[in-house]
Ligand binder design. Sequence first.
Ligand code: MN
Length: 298
Amino acid sequence: MARTVEVIGARVGIGGRSLATADGPTAIRAAGLSRRIHHMRDLGDIVARPVVRAIGRDPGPAVIAEMQRYSLELRAAVEAILLRGSLPCILGGDHSIGAATQAAVARVARGEGRSVPGLIWIDAHTDCNTMESTPSGNLHGMMLAAIHGLDVAAFREVVDGGLRDPARTVYLGARDIDDEERLIVQRLGCRIITAEEVRTRGVHAMVALALEIAGGDDGRVSVSFDLDSLDPSIAPGVDCHVEGGFLWAEAQAILTQIGLHPGIAAVEVVEVNPSADIDQRTALLAVEAAALLCGRPV
Ligand SMILES: [Mn+2]
């Protein structure tokens, strides 16, 4: 027997560069998700309207309003899954969905009088810009700043009651961090474990360290897997390609070890952009990642 996995497709692309990322959940399902996770219930999609984005460092009021509306809808859906005792698995979609998922985890934990789970963020990016520091204006690069208590208008209401302790956030594989953003991450006190560090010190030791830091006093963690943490040579179907990522053997070992951890609170698999993919390669890896993270028998 395994805990029921409840899947939501988060059809959103307005937080990133390419609206085609909204088709990620469809591509992940088509690559065979339900064949790899047997104990899953698919709740279908939550859809963000593809509103027009302003040019420049401010995405504009239409995107900010739709992101807020969308995120509140997703947050409520994730909270409902958690309250049923199931494991939420949210398929992206761009990474902006993290505000809703992670706020939901914190709100439910607080409501139950438990400590708020930590966060393992497997990503080429640290997603910790603010509207003041962002070079791109892409909201998928700001949601963790909001989750850690910095003001980002689009997520202000979404993170209400859902803030996370930055000392329990660990990044795995981050390698494309803006200068000001790096200062924010340092100030917050999040831990960054690079792919290089994983190679030098070993997957097992580094994942154990990540679980120890993020797990805090109760061992509970959410895990968010961005396909751009992988090297673009094996995962071309993403929005932001960054060289030097994990190869599949490394990622597989990381995801297996995390998936066997007993305290997984929520899983996200995000940033699959089918319009950039080649022969479903990235979508197939997304299926494997979700299966490894959600597959723990109980
Ligand atoms: Mn990323």
